[in-house]
Design a protein around this ligand. Structure first.
Ligand code: C5P
Length: 225
């Protein structure tokens, strides 16, 4: 079955941790604005039909011209972001075409989503209702108190680091967003469903799919390119 898929790209973060003069979506990565990488990857995937982007209201005009310049064709709407990532996703979701079967969410700050990750996220969301790309934890994980004394070591064998893409059946995400009382504290989209007791499947992702948060991440991304 061919699903109709809407992609949501939250890109309205402040980017403060990057300490750049330019707003994060426009920071140069190997000569191109950071946001173009995620958007191009989604735009060229045959599994994505339309794209909704959440941006800082002051950046919308600039983003429109970047999208035009880089020939990105599937962006349907650019929406003003919310105070939190979850708020930005919700603002986009409210405008998503209700005829969509699947909604795939991918951070604008992750320039390297794999084409197979996009495809498999869509297929697993269709099969299980919800799917999150994640990588197994390789470091030993400590639980610490506020004074930085270790309370205990957590068994890492069942721990995963969540990334995006995360994909969900449209109806399931809609219901979860309606039922959720407060989404302001959630840092990813799967949490909204988990908190309501819904099952979400993990898709093993790639360590290459990094999120650009600090200047060091930008340097790593340049090396990966
Ligand atoms: O803050 P964090 O690093 O988790 O942000 C992940 C993504 O969410 C980034 O692409 C960022 O631009 C976006 N975001 C957003 N609206 C916010 C905060 C973050 O769209 N209010």
């Amino acid at each position: 079955m061919r699903y109709r898929v809407a992609a949501i790209v939250p890109a309205a973060g402040s980017g403060k941790r990057l300490k750049a003069r330019t707003k994060k979506p426009f920071v140069s990565l190997a000569g191109r604005p950071l946001i173009t990488y995620a958007l191009k990857a989604l735009d060229s995937s045959k599994y994505i039909d339309e794209i909704y982007v959440a941006a800082d209201p002051d950046s919308i005009k600039r983003l429109e011209s970047v999208i035009y310049k880089y020939g990105i064709r599937k962006v349907t709407k650019i929406v003003a972001g919310g105070k939190t990532r979850a708020g930005s996703v919700k603002n986009c979701f409210d405008l998503v075409n209700p005829l969509c079967d699947i909604v795939l969410i991918h951070d604008g700050a992750r320039p390297f989503p794999g084409d197979s990750d996009i495809m498999n996220s869509v297929l697993l969301a269709g099969r299980f209702g919800g799917c999150v790309t994640a990588i197994p934890m390789t470091d030993t994980v400590k639980l610490a108190d506020k004074r930085l004394f270790i309370k205990k070591t957590i068994d890492r064998s069942s721990l995963w680091r969540a990334q995006t893409p995360q994909a969900f059946r449209y109806g399931m995400l809609k219901k979860a967003l309606c039922e959720a009382k407060d989404i302001s504290g959630v840092t990813d989209d799967a949490s909204i469903l988990e908190n309501l007791g819904r099952r979400v499947k993990i898709l093993k992702g790639s360590p290459r799919n990094i999120k650009i948060t600090t200047i060091e991440d930008l340097k790593i991304a340049e090396v990966l390119i």
